[in-house]
Design a protein. Structure first.
Length: 264
């Protein structure tokens, strides 16, 4: 049984995992949380599988030694689809990954045409092929890489001016695919993208439902930790690389009860 002060470790390449944190707070309001943002490694979607796997496994190994978490959540689709199995092999605590929400999207669609936006690394993974084969047989699942949305989400949380060209590019790319005009469900296969629901919703229109996995991940974490004692503590936000990489995040972190960013 974990010590009551033992934290949940939420890990992401950047700030996208804050969408998972927000959902987690709805079901576990008192859980102590350490959020780790690998800003020195951002973006993961442009790295090779080998680079992502080695980086994520190495960082989570060192972070687990230092922070002694009761559970680790890889709040990043790219890292999860590539490195989840490896991390589970090397760490002895429960590991919850983040995978594209194809199953709920397939249950929701009426037209049978589903879009999926993710990083270049995520959309090419066998893991995604397997999810499509298991849950979306007989449906059209159109995947598109939208790496520009990662930077856009990072800018949004820093209250910077937004260039929405990447949003329009993703919309136009999916619309141009076979039966693209019939698409009624869009899977946000990157936790960063959930920060852009307002912008994506405006571009794709009210007839396209946006689906992510944040609430499901939060429920899974709560289930695994059911009955465990938890002592509320100050949320910590740690970053790789220079602390200046977190510049501009102060207001959004303070609103969530995080202490100022600290280097890992």
């Amino acid at each position: 049984m974990a010590d009551a002060s033992s934290p949940i470790l939420l890990f992401d390449s950047g700030v996208g995992g804050l969408t998972v944190y927000d959902a987690l707070r709805e079901v576990l309001p008192d859980a102590p949380v350490i959020y780790a943002a690998d800003l020195a490694g951002l973006p993961y979607g442009e790295k090779t599988e080998a680079q992502v796997a080695a980086r994520v496994a190495g960082l989570l190994g060192r972070m687990s030694e230092r922070f002694r978490p009761r559970l680790v959540c890889i709040a990043c689709n790219t890292a999860s689809t590539i490195a989840l199995g490896m991390v589970r092999d090397v760490l002895e605590v429960p590991i919850v990954g983040t995978v594209p929400a194809i199953k709920p999207a397939a249950a929701m669609t009426r037209s049978g045409v589903i879009g999926l936006v993710g990083t270049g690394a995520t959309i090419r993974q066998r893991y995604v092929d397997d999810l499509e084969a298991e849950f979306a047989q007989g449906k059209a699942l159109h995947r598109i890489a939208a790496p520009g949305l990662v930077a856009l989400a990072e800018d949004k949380l820093r209250s910077r001016a937004l260039d929405l060209a990447a949003v329009e590019e993703a919309r136009a790319g999916l619309a141009a695919m076979p039966r693209g005009g019939e698409m009624d469900t869009l899977v946000l296969a990157c936790t960063h993208f959930s920060l852009l629901k307002e912008e994506l919703g405006a571009a794709f229109g009210p007839d396209v439902a946006l689906v992510d996995g944040a609430e499901g991940i939060a429920r899974r974490i709560a289930h695994l930790l059911e009955g465990q004692a938890m002592t509320p503590g100050a949320n910590r936000f740690v970053v790789t690389g220079p602390p200046g990489a977190a510049e501009g995040l102060g207001p959004c972190l303070a609103a969530r009860g995080f202490s100022p960013p600290e280097p890992f």
